[in-house]
Design a binder for this molecule. Structure first.
Ligand code: ATP
Ligand code: MG
Length: 368
């Protein structure tokens, strides 16, 4: 008996779950490593419970796999490196994405504009950085932040004292606050043969540092902005000799793009691609890491993705609407936690917006 080809995934969250949901039709099996026995991926593959930096656990999950990938960028880059060349995207991408200073320096080295920033290792340095950058600005820990955690916005002189302690007194950066017109993300995939595909630009709405809604394709985007986004992500893909899906979060300031951060993985702002694009980010990530050809990424109509934060809608109610798709991650409901999402697809932006409005009227309030 030949064992089914297995893809190993470091992390077993909703992103891993959706990777498996995309890869199972290819006849692949999935094996996950996650510290929690309740991780959302438990339903769609074999879940090994263990720490993502533990060498033994990593060897166990990777054993015999045809590809090893990750869905959580907190996996220690060194641990990924030790697993060898089967790991995609490469540990270099992890290393860049998990330290905001290294990430910003990488972007700068490629000529990609970002917000001005200053690294700070203590309270005195933070005060000097704020003097230099002015208000408002934002302190972000170099490592470990997500969904706006590990960040503090400084609006006036009174906010500075205690800010270093408030983010945990760990190495950080201070960044100028960007009065952006909107937030965008560009998601691209690169295959093992170097082929690159870019999904349409996505427009993202965050509240309290958490993504709430994505619209795709982004509204009113001129060709120059789209081309600039493609140029940015392609420079990164080439530099990192990247395999898999890469996301770049962008600020649009009057048609000029600044890179905010990278995610070396499938991304929340790409969930709409499951129903809204010819090939989803999850499917193309699987194809890329396994070494198969990538699928076309054109949008099918216009989509909106709405995150379910801390609360879920009643399927009986939302599934009665035309063009609405529900994804529940199997997570315990907690305030501020992403527990599912809804995607609304319409033939054009008008139909999508009408459907989105009908959906919103039925949704429970976010608890987050
Ligand atoms: P995630 O991992 O969920 O994307 P994160 O915790 O890594 O988030 P960022 O992406 O750096 O954090 O910030 C979260 C949000 O806060 C941004 O999407 C943006 O809305 C806002 N924000 C962050 N930095 C700035 C800035 N310099 N100027 C203006 N807004 C900012
Ligand atoms: Mg972000």
């Amino acid at each position: 008996v030949t064992a089914a080809p297995t893809v190993a995934v470091l992390g077993g969250g909703q992103l891993g779950r959706m990777l498996a949901l995309a890869g199972i039709p290819f006849g692949l099996r999935f094996r996950f490593l996650d510290p929690s026995p309740d991780a959302p991926a438990r339903d769609v593959g074999t879940l090994l419970v263990g720490e993502l930096g533990a060498p033994d656990a990593l060897d166990d999950v990777a054993r015999g796999a045809i590809a090893v990938t990750y869905e959580w960028e907190g996996v220690p880059a060194e641990a990924a490196r030790a697993l060898g060349p089967l790991v995609a995207p490469s540990w270099r991408a992890l290393e860049a994405a998990q330290d905001r200073l290294v990430e910003k320096q990488l972007l700068a080295s490629l000529g990609v504009p970002t917000a001005r920033f200053v690294p700070v290792d203590d309270d005195a340095a933070l005060h000097r950085a704020v003097d230099d950058l002015g208000f408002p600005c934002v302190v972000k820990t170099r490592r470990g932040g997500y969904d706006g955690k590990g960040q503090r916005v400084l609006r006036e002189a009174g906010d500075v004292a205690g800010a270093f302690a408030a983010v945990g007194a760990v190495p950080a950066i201070v960044e100028e606050w960007i009065p952006f017109d909107r937030e965008l993300s560009i998601i691209a995939a690169r295959g093992r043969d170097g082929t690159v595909v870019c999904w349409p630009l996505v427009e993202n709405d965050h509240r309290d540092g958490i993504l709430r809604t994505s619209l795709a394709p982004a509204l009113r985007t001129d060709a120059g902005v789209e081309a600039e986004a493609h140029a940015i992500v392609k420079r990164l893909l080439a530099k990192l000799d990247y395999v898999g899906v890469l996301t770049v979060e962008l600020f649009d300031v009057g048609g000029r793009l600044l890179a905010n951060e990278l995610a070396p993985r499938v991304h929340n702002s790409g969930h709409w691609t499951i129903e809204g694009a010819r090939t989803s980010q999850f499917e193309n990530h699987v194809r890329a890491v396994v070494g198969w050809p990538l699928g076309p990424v054109d949008a099918i109509g216009h989509s909106a993705m709405v995150n379910c934060i801390g609360a879920l809608p009643d399927p009986e109610v939302v599934l009665a609407l035309d063009g609405v798709h529900l994804h529940r991650y199997g997570k315990e409901l907690r305030p501020g936690r992403k527990v599912g999402h809804l995607t609304v697809v319409g033939a054009d932006a008008g139909e999508r917006d009408a459907r989105l409005q009908a959906l919103r009227a039925l949704l429970p309030a976010d608890r987050g």
